[in-house]
Design a protein around this ligand. Structure first.
Ligand code: ADP
Ligand code: MG
Length: 393
């Protein structure tokens, strides 16, 4: 959790104005926290297989402004949703709420379970993390909220525990079985670096991104996702079955050789899923090495190879993602791949910074022509992880 690439005086001014407009709070002090969204450069469908992932935090954040109250009441307003909600600490489970408040209730519920004594807040939040577009707005929200709650009692958690608490809130309270990738990226992200995360040991290595300046371009297909949950569950089941048939606790210790040798035993479908996972783990490690050397061509080759593997072996692509991928490859980038669960969502492209201005309109036009649908294409930069902006120091 380090200092921001954001202009923090601007963030504070906007957050303060919104807070006073909405709640006219009398309490002190003013608390402002920021939780960034994230992108995963490579390592797709490897997290739940105890493998490697390589995310970055991005320069899009959920910002929360709050002041403490004398009671246990929480009042929160989300500017983006133009929706306000309230709940009482210690009485979290209650269904008469808008869905988004569950993320906040879940976080306070977990913090209380960890023995933290919390106090009520008047709070507002604004965000430029698009919801459901693969940048993990939910983790950004949880992390910023956890920091606001803890700051209100001058308390804190070590970053790792903070991230794990937020993940637990999403798993156990919201009911989304996400891995640790999103919260780790939001908490530990660093400008000009990626995080190499071992999802087995939960060790994190900060990988400095050497070489030519790059931008990450998110190319959202705007195709509504369908079948994602059932397909996702099938992929997970297939991987578990493959590990069992290989006599392993997970696919983590599997190699190309063991998977290839067991091809018949596994059956074609399990084989393909396992093949993606073992080769993807290799690609993540090779990508980290290539970044350290500043070899962006090699990085790009890995990222594009990840896409082909997701398409051909994990089989989670769809016509819109293929149209988008082809558009990014033609427009000129180091590499690109579908990101997230698949069957819709976005393609991520690694683009030389000075190319971005041509890249975006070109990809937009060619996707529109081939898919007949308007995409949402935008560039983000790699940024620092979550922070308490105020009180400073
Ligand atoms: P993502 O991939 O963006 O994390 P999720 O479905 O996991 O998608 O989380 C999105 C949910 O997080 C939203 O439906 C909403 O409940 C909550 N959320 C995200 N951003 C905001 C916001 N600015 N205000 C209120 N809730 C938000
Ligand atoms: Mg999410």
């Amino acid at each position: 959790m380090s200092s921001s690439t954001y202009n923090s005086s601007q963030v504070v001014r906007r957050a303060r104005a919104l807070l006073y407009e909405k709640w006219q709070p009398r309490g002190e002090p003013l608390i402002v926290t920021r939780g960034p969204g994230r992108l995963n450069l490579i390592g797709e469908h490897t997290d739940y297989n105890h493998g490697y992932v390589m995310p970055v935090a991005v320069d899009r954040s959920v910002v929360i402004a709050a002041t403490p109250r004398e009671d246990q009441r929480i009042r929160v307003y989300s500017e983006g949703l133009d929706s306000a909600a309230e709940y009482t600490l210690g009485r979290e489970p209650d269904d008469h709420k808008p869905g988004w408040i569950k993320y906040l209730e879940g976080v306070s519920w977990v913090l209380a379970d960890l023995g933290k004594s919390l106090r009520g807040l008047d709070a507002v939040l604004y965000s430029d993390v698009p919801r459901g577009a693969g940048l993990s707005s939910s983790a950004a929200l949880e992390v910023a909220w956890a920091m606001a709650l803890l700051t209100a009692t001058r308390d804190h958690l070590p970053p790792r525990e903070l991230a794990l608490a937020c993940q637990r809130a999403e798993n156990e309270y919201v009911g989304m079985k996400c891995g640790i990738l999103d919260q780790f990226a939001s908490v530990f992200g660093r400008a000009q670096s990626a995080l190499l995360i071992d999802c087995d040991s939960l060790e994190i290595e900060v990988v400095p991104l050497q070489g030519h300046p790059i931008s990450l371009v998110v190319c959202d297909t705007n195709r509504p996702r369908s079948l994602v949950n059932s397909e996702y569950n099938q992929r997970r089941a297939s991987c578990e079955q493959a590990a069992r048939l290989l006599g392993l606790p997970s696919l983590r210790p599997a190699t190309r050789e063991t998977v290839m040798a067991a091809r018949e035993t596994l059956g074609e479908e399990n084989f393909k899923r396992a093949w993606h996972v073992v080769t993807e783990n290799e690609r993540v490690i090779e990508t980290a090495e290539a970044f350290k050397r500043g070899d962006l061509e090699a990085v790009g080759r890995m990222i594009s190879a990840s896409h082909r593997s997701l398409r051909d072996y994990y089989e989670v692509s769809c016509p819109e993602l293929e149209a988008m991928w082809t558009a990014t490859q033609r427009a000129g980038c180091y590499g690109s791949r579908l990101v997230g669960a698949g069957f819709g969502g976005a393609v991520l492209a690694l683009v030389a910074e000075e190319q971005v201005r041509q890249f975006i309109p070109q990809v937009t036009a060619s996707y529109l022509e081939s898919a007949g649908r308007q995409p949402n294409v935008f560039a983000v930069q790699i940024a620092n992880g979550a922070e308490v902006v105020l009180p400073s120091g």
